[in-house]
Design a protein around this ligand. Structure first.
Ligand SMILES: Nc1ncnc2c1ncn2[C@@H]1O[C@H](COP(=O)(O)OP(=O)(O)OP(=O)(O)O)[C@@H](O)[C@H]1O
Length: 229
């Protein structure tokens, strides 16, 4: 059987606030995400959702516990190895899309491919164009991203997150700033990518209607996973 895309066992995270003042924010998280699973992450503000996503995304390290990405134990890896693993396995969409303002939609989608020999070739622009097409933005591919609406910019960010065809997509409130129609469009693009490419998705949202359309919902409450199943 294939390895889970993500496997956390007893993951804890404490932040050092100085003067021996340490606060534990995640208190022993166990979580497995299988290939193709679309999982909503809900929970009150400050409960630890972003901290959890940052750890799964290899942007921050757990204080203790085990994190496996695609079967690879990450605890002993150095920063260089983590960056490589992240680049090949994980796409990100954030609430604030972090697009590069001076560049076009097409250039932004091409950006993650620039550092990778597998993708850095003549087909790069065609691939970026196809991704923009898949999120319904082919007409805007040569527009600077600052000329696009918030919803369109977030769809560019979705296309960019798919550039490396990652098996795992982490979306931290990607629809949080959008009106209902744009939020729905962005959600549908993520769902489509999940269905067509089998990528696993962790989708942080405060919107119960969108969460209900996911395969599974996990609730983070005070740094622990609560099951209401
Ligand atoms: N770098 C840090 N240093 C110290 N404390 C931090 C740090 N990052 C997060 N925290 C604390 O960890 C707790 C959880 O924060 P986190 O951002 O993970 O919550 P969240 O569930 O994503 O909240 P929201 O829904 O408001 O985005 C908060 O109390 C926050 O202040």
């Amino acid at each position: 059987m294939a390895e889970p895309v993500v496997c956390l066992h007893d993951v804890r995270k404490a932040f050092n606030l100085g003067l021996a003042n340490e606060t534990e924010v995640l208190h022993g998280i166990d979580l497995t995400l299988e290939r193709g699973e679309f999982c909503a992450v809900m929970g009150p503000s400050g409960s630890g959702k972003s901290t959890l996503l940052n750890i799964v995304g290899l942007l921050d390290r757990p204080t203790s516990g085990s994190l496996r990405i695609g079967g690879e134990e990450t605890g002993a890896l150095d920063d260089h190895a983590l960056t490589r693993l992240r680049g090949h396995n994980i796409g990100f969409v954030f609430q604030y899309h972090n697009l590069l303002a001076g560049f076009t939609a097409l250039e932004n989608v091409m950006m993650p491919m620039l550092g990778d020999a597998t993708f850095f070739n003549d087909g790069m622009a065609q691939r970026a164009a196809a991704l923009l097409d898949s999120v319904g933005l082919s007409k805007w591919r040569d527009s600077r991203v600052t000329e696009l609406s918030g919803g369109q910019q977030q769809r560019v960010a979705v296309a960019r997150s798919l550039a490396m065809a990652p098996p795992l997509l982490l979306a931290d409130e990607p629809t949080g700033n959008l009106d209902t129609k744009s939020a729905d469009a962005v959600f549908e693009q993520l769902r489509k990518a999940n269905r067509e490419h089998g990528m696993a998705v962790l989708f942080v949202t405060h919107n119960p209607l969108l969460a209900a359309r996911c395969d599974r919902i996990i609730h983070v409450v005070d740094g622990r996973l609560r099951s209401y199943a």
